[in-house]
Design a protein around this ligand. Structure first.
Ligand SMILES: NC(=O)c1ccc[n+]([C@@H]2O[C@H](COP(=O)([O-])OP(=O)(O)OC[C@H]3O[C@@H](n4cnc5c(N)ncnc54)[C@H](OP(=O)(O)O)[C@@H]3O)[C@@H](O)[C@H]2O)c1
Length: 176
C-alpha cells in the first residue's frame, strides 16, 4: 500500500540516462530539444518541488509554475522561489498554491534533482521518464524503483540520428 502525503498525485518528471545518471550536480549532461515541449506541458500550471542545487542550475524561476525550493540554509533565497526547509513543508506549500487559483492543476511535480527524487520516491504516484540513450559520468542519479510496484503504461521510442540523441518517453504508474 502506498503512503500518501498529499491529497494530490505526486508526479516525478525526469530525464535519466541508461546508467541512472541525471546530471553532474550542477547541470544537465545532454540537450534534447524534443523533450523540452513535453517537460513544459507536464509542468505548466503545477507546483514544482525541487532541490536548491536544481533551482540554481536552472538559473531562474520557471514561469506559470510554483518554484518550491528545498534548502536547509536558513538565509537562502532565490528570486521567484518559495523557500521551504522540509519535505512536509514543500507539500503544504504546493497544496496552498494549487488552492489559490481555479486554473491551477491538482498535481504536484517532483522536479529533482537526485536528493529530492530519493526523498519523495516512496510517495510518488507517477514517473514521467525520458530515458536517454547515453551513459555519461555524473554524480546525480535517479533512485531505483521496485518494478513490482509499477506498471509501464506507455512508451514512445525516438531513435537516435546522426545529429540527435535517441530517447524513449515512458510513463510509469504505481499500482493502486
Ligand atoms: N535529468 C533531469 O531530469 C534532472 C532534473 C533535475 C535536476 N537534474 C540535475 O540534478 C543535479 C542536482 O541534483 P542533486 O541531487 O545534486 O541536488 P538537488 O536534489 O537538486 O538539491 C539538493 C539540495 O536540496 C536541499 N535538500 C535536499 N533534501 C532536503 C531536505 N530533506 N530538506 C531540506 N533541504 C533539502 C539541500 O540544499 P542546501 O544545500 O541548500 O541545504 C541539498 O543540498 C543537477 O546536475 C541537475 O542538473 C536533472
Amino acid at each position: 500500500m502506498t503512503d500518501k502525503i498529499s491529497r494530490y498525485p505526486l508526479v516525478a518528471v525526469v530525464a535519466m540516462a541508461k546508467n541512472r545518471v541525471i546530471g553532474d550536480g550542477q547541470q544537465l549532461l545532454w540537450h534534447i530539444p524534443g523533450d523540452l515541449p513535453r517537460v513544459k506541458s507536464l509542468t505548466m500550471g503545477r507546483p514544482l518541488i525541487m532541490g536548491r542545487r536544481t533551482f540554481e542550475s536552472i538559473g531562474r524561476a520557471l514561469p506559470g509554475r510554483a518554484n518550491i525550493v528545498l534548502t536547509r540554509q536558513q538565509d537562502w533565497s532565490g528570486e521567484g522561489a518559495l523557500c521551504v526547509s522540509s519535505a512536509d513543508d514543500a507539500i503544504v506549500a504546493a497544496e496552498d498554491w494549487i488552492s489559490e487559483a481555479s486554473d491551477r492543476i491538482g498535481e504536484i511535480v517532483i522536479f529533482g534533482g537526485g536528493e529530492i527524487y530519493s526523498a519523495f520516491m516512496p510517495y510518488l504516484d507517477v514517473i514521467d521518464l525520458t530515458e536517454v540513450d547515453l551513459s555519461p559520468d555524473g554524480a546525480a542519479l535517479f533512485p531505483e524503483w521496485n518494478d513490482a510496484e509499477w506498471t509501464e503504461v506507455s512508451r514512445a521510442h525516438h531513435p537516435s540520428t546522426d545529429s540527435a540523441i535517441g530517447f524513449d518517453l515512458v510513463r510509469l504508474e504505481r499500482h493502486k
